[in-house]
Design a protein around this ligand. Structure first.
Ligand code: FPP
Length: 251
């Protein structure tokens, strides 16, 4: 915030409905402190509830968190095992709190490939919180954008959908994001400036905000910076601005 715009103004005028976050930099956060990478992931998990609460306060309706990609299986076995353990533990410990906060938990990605125990925990958390409406938190876990697109194509072909019925709408209806709005704002922490196979269809017209801050250090202060920056942007979705539409000039 710039000190002149109140929190309330940001909420009313320019809050993104859907924020998606690539929570990057846990490993480097740990390495900088001489700690094992897994402790960086542990610190990262501690940050999640605070950022969910901050999003609720700011009127964000959907928050998507990239927790584990289809490519993350290539990490060393011990790190993958540790991450899976942390995620299971997180669901056990945090679901009751999130439920009380009114969070609806959703899962994006393939459940196949996850352990039966983790699949069960995810299913239970989704079922328990399905009527909640303070915010929808989508956890992308064993998620990859390309994998998601291939899965949608296979489903459509399997259903025998005729060629002439294949369009952007029918295709999007076969993605796991089918009933959630596209992200307005994508945040990536840690200084990397790429999408890494995250929501590649859904982010076609998203705004992007990058910060060098590692995920465990990402606080509501940075969330506000991202939202304020988002509020200053002009989203034209390939069209022209309203002013230019009136005077006939292209933006
Ligand atoms: C990227 O840091 C982070 C991950 C691959 C895992 C993110 C997962 C969590 C924060 C766990 C909690 C999530 C939820 C939703 C409960 P990195 O290991 O790539 O860091 P580096 O680039 O510095 O090595």
């Amino acid at each position: 915030m710039n000190g002149q715009t109140s929190q309330n103004e940001i909420q009313v005028e320019s809050t993104p409905k859907h924020i998606a976050i690539i929570m990057d930099g846990n490993g480097r956060w740990a390495q900088q402190r001489g700690l094992p990478r897994l402790l960086g992931h542990k610190a990262g998990t501690k940050n999640v509830r605070k950022i969910i609460a901050a999003c609720i306060e700011r009127g964000v309706r959907v928050l998507t968190l990239f927790a584990f990609s289809t490519e993350n299986w290539m990490r060393p076995f011990d790190e993958v095992r540790g991450l899976m353990y942390l995620l299971g533990e997180y669901i056990d410990r945090e679901t009751p709190h999130l439920h009380r906060m009114g969070v609806q938990i959703r899962h994006l990605g393939r459940k196949e490939g996850l352990s039966p125990g983790l699949q069960r925990k995810i299913r239970n958390a989704v079922e328990l919180t399905k009527e909640n409406s303070a915010i929808t938190v989508c956890v992308a876990l064993n998620y990859g954008g390309r994998n998601e697109i291939i899965h949608a194509i296979r489903t459509m072909v399997g259903k025998g959908i005729p060629l002439e019925e294949i369009n952007e709408e029918t295709f999007a209806a076969h993605l796991c994001t089918k009933d959630i709005p596209n992200p307005d704002l994508v945040i990536r922490t840690s200084g990397e400036t790429r999408l890494s196979n995250f929501l590649i269809w859904e982010t076609a017209y998203s705004e992007f905000w990058f910060t060098p801050i590692f995920w465990p250090d990402f606080t509501h202060k940075y969330l506000d910076q991202a939202i304020q920056d988002y509020a200053s942007r002009q989203r034209r979705f390939g069209s022209v601005s309203v002013a230019n539409r009136a005077n006939g000039t292209a933006a």
